[in-house]
Design a protein around this ligand. Structure first.
Ligand code: KG4
Ligand code: ZN
Length: 331
């Protein structure tokens, strides 16, 4: 049975995983730098790269040890080629290329968001066409897939990504980075009290900066008046507005793309309990698949699962492949 060793290092997680072609996870090791970046309120690229350098060999060794394998036993080496922070991507790329060249293995450069999408296969096989709602710290996209090798962006954010706005709103009410999970939790204690503007954008595109700024302004205004904002109510208002905009655009896309058989949610924000609830409740017709909570945020298992598709289509890269910080999923 074919096996892939995959490395992920596009942002602030250093990860390595080994899976087989039946998607059995032989090992999956992730170290997060969150504690360090939390002190600065967000990811500092320079620190991220330096920490990847420190971690990468240890993580790869640990993944091999847990799987009880050597590099000789795997059929290909995969890594995240883009998008992401250039310095961080480089470290994973160098590690993967070193292994591929030393052990003479094929090399696979995986698009990070394809990893987030294909991790849903751990739940069940995808029935095409698939509509993927990709929601992470850096991306908010609706992607239509006719098959496992075709990615068409039908909607994207015109400004901030949804995860990014979660993190900014969280910061202004004193919640540590990453703020997404904290707002998710806090909003459960909130009620309808503040009104924030619903994003209005054409087509299947998104916009979150207006909503984010309205939330920030509300906090500032109340601070200036010497009043205290009800944090739970603000979290509730922000979350309901942001998520309903995501879900409504997905529903709108389904009206046009009537042949969609499966809707998948992908990316860090797919861990959001309210988004999972809304997607399951509101989408009738196509099957809705939600990724396992453990694999919503960055990990290398998702890169390995996506790499299985690259392997099937004989899509390899050379040792001279460059990391692509702004790579589109359509490339
Ligand atoms: O996919 P990911 O790990 O990294 C990127 O590829 O960007 O996503 C991280 C993002 C962060 O913005 C984080 O706040 C958000 O996902 N996130 C959440 C939740 N868990 C993580 N946002 C809302 N609710 C959550 N439960
Ligand atoms: Zn990600």
């Amino acid at each position: 049975m074919k096996k892939i060793l995959a490395i992920e290092s596009s942002c602030d997680e250093t990860a390595c995983a080994i899976i087989d072609e039946e998607l059995n996870i032989l090992s999956s090791v992730v170290t997060s730098q969150i504690d360090v970046h939390a002190r600065f309120g967000g990811v500092i690229p320079e620190i991220a790269s330096r920490m990847h350098v420190e971690q990468i060999s240890v993580i790869v060794e640990e993944a091999l040890k847990q799987a009880n394998l050597t590099v000789d036993d795997v059929d290909a080496i995969a890594y995240t080629i883009g998008p992401g922070l250039i310095g961080s991507l480089h470290i994973g790329g160098i590690a993967a290329k070193t292994l591929a060249s030393f052990y003479n293995k094929p090399l696979i450069g995986v698009h990070h968001l394809k990893g987030h999408i294909f991790i849903n296969e751990l739940i069940k096989p995808l029935n095409y066409p698939v509509l993927a709602l990709v929601v992470s710290g850096g991306h908010s996209e609706l992607v239509y897939m006719e098959n496992d090798d075709s990615f068409k962006i039908i909607g994207t954010t015109l400004d901030d990504a949804v995860g990014e706005s979660y993190d900014k709103v969280a910061r202004v009410i004193g919640l540590e980075y990453p703020g997404g999970p904290k707002i998710d939790k806090l909003s459960k204690e909130g009620k309808e009290n503040y009104k924030l503007p619903t994003p209005k954008v054409d087509g299947y595109n998104f916009s979150f900066s207006g909503l984010k700024n309205a939330a920030l302004q509300l906090v500032n205004k109340m601070n200036m008046k010497g009043e205290e904002i009800n944090k739970a109510d603000l979290a509730y208002a922000f979350q309901e507005t942001a998520l309903n905009s995501l879900v409504n655009k997905t529903l709108k896309a389904l009206e046009e793309y009537k042949d969609v058989k499966t809707v998948v949610v992908a990316g860090g924000v797919a861990a959001n309990s309210r988004l999972r609830e809304l997607m399951s409740e509101k989408i009738v017709g196509p099957e809705v698949i939600l990724p396992p909570l453990k694999y919503c945020t960055d990990n290398a298992t998702m890169i390995a699962v996506a790499a299985m598709h690259y392997l099937k289509h004989n899509k390899f890269v050379g040792l001279d492949a460059e990391s692509k910080p702004n790579m589109s999923i359509e490339d």
